[in-house]
Write a protein that binds this ligand. Sequence first.
Ligand code: GUN
Length: 307
Amino acid sequence: MTDTSMGHIIDGFGYAKGLRERLAVKVAELKATQGITPCLVVVIVGEDPASQIYVKNKGESTIAVGMDSRTITLPDTTTEADLLKLIAELNADAAVNGILVQLPLPKHMSSLKVIDAIDPLKDVDGFHVENAGKLAVGLDGIVPCTPLGSLMLLKDAVKTYGGGSLAGMNAVIVGRSNIVGKPMAQLLLNQDCTVTIAHSKTKNLKELCLTADILVAAVGRPKFIAGDWVKDGAYVIDVGINRIEVDGPDGKKSKVVGDVDFDAAKPHAKAITPVPRGVGPMTIACLLNNTLHAACLQHGLPAPEGL
Ligand code: GUN
């Protein structure tokens, strides 16, 4: 029976947990049948506190699904040439299946140049131009983690609450980054959505958002999307992770909110991701998915299906 009620909360935390469990089974199978343990290397340059937390979580999650994890920490005085040399060594190391260089990099480095030095088969972020190009022309490659996780949640929500596919739906993506907005647009186009990318120069943004059956917010501004920008019955995917100060009983405290005003948008939405526990946990789960995928491709094995 089709569920016609509104305001369902999309449980990204639960979905990510299930995905990590399914990945752990596939990793154990790969080990038992082929003697291969996928290995992810994360490189962090400098001491950005948020990046340090992300990198620690990535390492712990990698170990938890049975993969090998290495973290390489470099000082922010590292030269671009030294980082490129390290990447060349990791590219040549057959025991390394995935390489992730944590962004942002210090200002004296070109992140485009660094990312493009990674072997595209080991580029588990899916940021290399070869992987971006493959996504654009509909070839199999490695897909960026946050858009991939967002699509998984969206497909599951539409199946659960709408009963159908995404084909023909109007999707509006607010944000045009290489990491989220642009790959998300390609993924939704590949699902036969009609896709619009909005950005800081877009005119009549509220009116545009109100046309969206699928609204993806990836602007990095707290509660930027107001409740009355959401069309009744829309699916809302909030990619934002913004730390703000709010008044607490003992003074100011910090809180994480998304790019959407969740409480105001929820009554309009058919289903909406919360922040935290929405898209965020999917990013790491998809990184593990991409590492397993990369390890299989490097050994000439088919990528695991049915995850
Ligand atoms: N910094 C914030 N998000 C990401 C990500 O998805 N990949 C990398 N490499 N750095 C990030």
